[in-house]
Design a protein around this ligand. Structure first.
Ligand code: HEM
Length: 225
């Protein structure tokens, strides 16, 4: 989000308010998913597996724990990432911005590594195609979590901001994935979506919750620079 204009012009000010409202809306919409993720994680973490499901498999304590821990760190990441991109936090409380940044980087790292380990050890419920798409998502998140603090330490503000925005978009990806499904089921009743994730909609959505958003961000970053 832009905070460099210094309030020049009503258009820019209106744009900033619109971005702030969009961010607040995104945060509020993500809360039910955050709640779901926390409850799911807390329910499963104590183990041993009570139900024998794909995510909670009897006799596979380590992989189960990775999955449930990833739900908790992922939930914290989803709730904190929109706060970190608030320009006011950066401007008025740079110390808080730095500490929150460190927390977000750690949460993103743990969430991504646990998700990637789960894919390597057990695989996703949707099979090879979903494994590749979700592994791509985890890899992108991990790269952004390395690059954003790296450029902050190097005092390269432009690159830091670009990577921090990529990290933000990716942090919201897991929520966007569920949002796509919710909207699709509401509008079409679940056309081209199958329980084993082999429907055309499932296959497109495996990628569409992060790739188009990253591309849109790249276009926006290039236009601004
Ligand atoms: C960004 C925050 C994230 C949150 C809040 C989150 C949350 C969840 C939740 C609640 C589930 C349980 C299944 C469901 O309800 O759909 C899940 C499953 C999963 N997540 Fe995440 N996740 C996040 C990020 C990631 C990342 C970055 C990866 C990358 C590797 C990942 C990989 C997976 C995998 C592989 C599964 C199991 C899918 C299956 O086979 O059913 N997640 N996640």
């Amino acid at each position: 989000m832009d905070d460099t204009a210094g309030g020049h012009g009503g258009g820019r000010r209106a744009g900033r308010w619109a971005a702030l409202a969009g961010l607040a809306l995104l945060w509020l919409l993500a809360l039910p998913f955050v709640d779901y993720s926390v409850r799911f994680g807390l329910d499963g973490l104590p183990g041993p597996a009570a139900r024998d499901t794909h995510l909670d498999r009897a006799g596979a304590a380590l992989t189960n724990a990775l999955m449930f821990a990833h739900m908790l760190t992922g939930a914290a990441l989803t709730v904190l990432a929109p706060v970190q991109v608030l320009p006011v936090l950066r401007r008025r409380w740079p110390g808080a911005h730095r500490w929150l940044g460190r927390a977000i980087v750690a949460l993103a790292g743990v969430t991504a590594v646990a998700g990637l380990a789960f894919i390597a050890l057990r695989g996703t419920v949707g099979g090879a195609m979903m494994d590749v798409a979700f592994a791509g998502y985890g890899a992108c998140l991990l790269v952004a979590a390395v690059q954003a603090p790296r450029f902050a330490r190097a005092r390269d503000v432009a690159r830091h901001r670009a990577w921090a925005l990529r990290l933000f978009v990716l942090a919201m990806g897991s929520f966007l994935y569920r949002l796509h499904y919710a909207l699709w089921y509401i509008t079409t009743g679940g056309a081209a979506s199958r329980p084993d994730f082999t429907g055309a909609f499932d296959i497109v959505t495996m990628w569409a919750f992060y790739v188009p958003y990253l591309l849109a961000l790249e276009v926006w970053l290039r236009r601004r620079s």
